[in-house]
Write a protein of this length. Structure first.
Length: 170
C-alpha cells in the first residue's frame, strides 16, 4: 500500500511538473519550478506553434512567468515557427512590461524579422490601449523610430503617444 501511494504521488508530481506550457499559462511559479526541476531542458524546448515557454508567456501576457524564465536563463533568441522572437511577440500582443523585462535581460529592441519589421512596428499595428502603452515603453527604452510616419497606426492612443514623442499633431 505504501509503495502504491508513493507511485501515485510521483505520477501526479511528474504530470504537474511535465507540462511547462500549462504551468506558464497558469502563471504558476510553483508549477514552472516543478516542471524545470523535473526536466531542466524544458526551459527552451519548443511546443505548441513552435513556441518556447518564454514565447508562450509573452504571447499569453504572463509577466511573472516571463520574468521567472528570463531569470532562469531562457534563450531569448528562440523564435517560434514563423521566426518571431519574444520581443516581436511583446510588440504584437502589446506587452509593455514584458518588453521592458526583455530589454533588462539584454534583448535588443530593434531586431528585424525576416519581413523587415522591428518589434515597435508590430505594437504600432495594434488597436488597443496596451499597444499604445507598448509603443510608449519601447520609445522610452530607446527603440529606433525615424518619424511618426514610420509607425503606421489607426489607434488614437498610439497616435497620441507618437504626437507627444515627436512633438507634432497627427
Amino acid at each position: 500500500m505504501a509503495l502504491r501511494t508513493i507511485l501515485l504521488a510521483l505520477v501526479a508530481a511528474a504530470s504537474a511538473a511535465g507540462d511547462i506550457f500549462a504551468a506558464v499559462k497558469r502563471d504558476s511559479m510553483e508549477d514552472i519550478k516543478a516542471a524545470l526541476a523535473a526536466d531542466p531542458s524544458a526551459l527552451d524546448r519548443t511546443g505548441p506553434g513552435g513556441q518556447s515557454p518564454l514565447m508562450h508567456a509573452v504571447l499569453m501576457g504572463k509577466g511573472a512567468a516571463a520574468k521567472y524564465l528570463l531569470k532562469r536563463g531562457a534563450d531569448v533568441s528562440v523564435a517560434e515557427k514563423d521566426g518571431y522572437t519574444p520581443m516581436h511577440g511583446a510588440g504584437f500582443q502589446g506587452r509593455a512590461a514584458i518588453a521592458e523585462a526583455l530589454v533588462e535581460a539584454g534583448v535588443p529592441l530593434d531586431a528585424l524579422h525576416a519581413d523587415g519589421h522591428p518589434p515597435i512596428t508590430r505594437a504600432c499595428w495594434g488597436r488597443e490601449q496596451r499597444h499604445a502603452d507598448t509603443v510608449a515603453t519601447m520609445l522610452r527604452l530607446g527603440a529606433a523610430l525615424a518619424s511618426a510616419d514610420a509607425c503606421p497606426t489607426g489607434n488614437p492612443a498610439t497616435k497620441a503617444v507618437l504626437a507627444a514623442h515627436f512633438g507634432a499633431e497627427l
